[in-house]
Ligand binder design. Structure first.
Ligand SMILES: CC(C)(COP(=O)(O)OP(=O)(O)OC[C@H]1O[C@@H](n2cnc3c(N)ncnc32)[C@H](O)[C@@H]1OP(=O)(O)O)[C@@H](O)C(=O)NCCC(=O)NCCS
Length: 151
């Protein structure tokens, strides 16, 4: 398995991964409806632009030529970023999510981010547990479940 930054050649693989996760657990994503190809392309262009501008830290995992995971930390405030992570069902529970969070956090630190937030849907208890195991702590006073980790 390889962990590296995505490039334009990964668009199709990343789009397919996002759609597999959407079809499995729609509320684990930020989409209110199944995203179109155009929407996915625009998200990926934004990701690559952010990586070039050092406002987005992103890593994907490749196994047998297939994109099986993606972790992004996108700068949302002066010193903070929002994390999004997806790991293909068949590859969960083996420490890949944690490895990606740690590697992405290292990059985010280089991009001058001091803390990272995770916004988790109430129904997504597994993700809340995952972030808590990765050192995130629940933030008080938020309407939705927001977890924070200092970098
Ligand atoms: C959440 C997700 C990224 C976890 O990835 P993963 O590769 O399975 O996680 P890891 O194997 O690295 O697990 C790290 C730790 O979290 C725990 N954990 C992971 N998923 C868990 C779950 N569903 N329930 C309880 N604990 C969980 C593991 O037990 C492990 O704990 P440890 O400290 O005892 O070792 C993955 O389940 C996923 O992609 N889910 C769908 C998308 C999603 O919900 N993303 C988050 C959106 S906010």
């Amino acid at each position: 398995m390889q962990i590296r930054e995505p490039d334009e050649g990964d668009f199709a693989g990343l789009a397919a991964l996002i759609l597999r996760i959407y079809d499995e657990i729609p509320f684990a994503t930020t989409f209110s409806a199944r995203p179109s190809t155009e929407e996915l392309e625009s998200i990926m262009r934004k990701k690559l632009d952010g990586m070039r501008g050092r406002t987005v830290a992103d890593l994907i995992a490749i196994d047998n030529g297939q994109v099986i995971a993606d972790c992004e930390i996108a700068k949302t405030t002066d010193a903070g970023g929002m994390i999004g992570i997806i790991v293909d069902k068949a590859h969960r529970g083996k420490g890949l999510g944690r490895r990606l969070v740690e590697r992405c956090a290292d990059k985010a630190r280089l991009f001058k981010m001091l803390e990272v937030y995770a916004e988790v849907d109430d129904r997504n208890e597994g993700a809340a547990r995952f972030f808590s195991r990765c050192g995130f702590r629940e933030q008080e006073g938020e309407e939705s479940l927001v977890l924070i980790r200092h970098l």
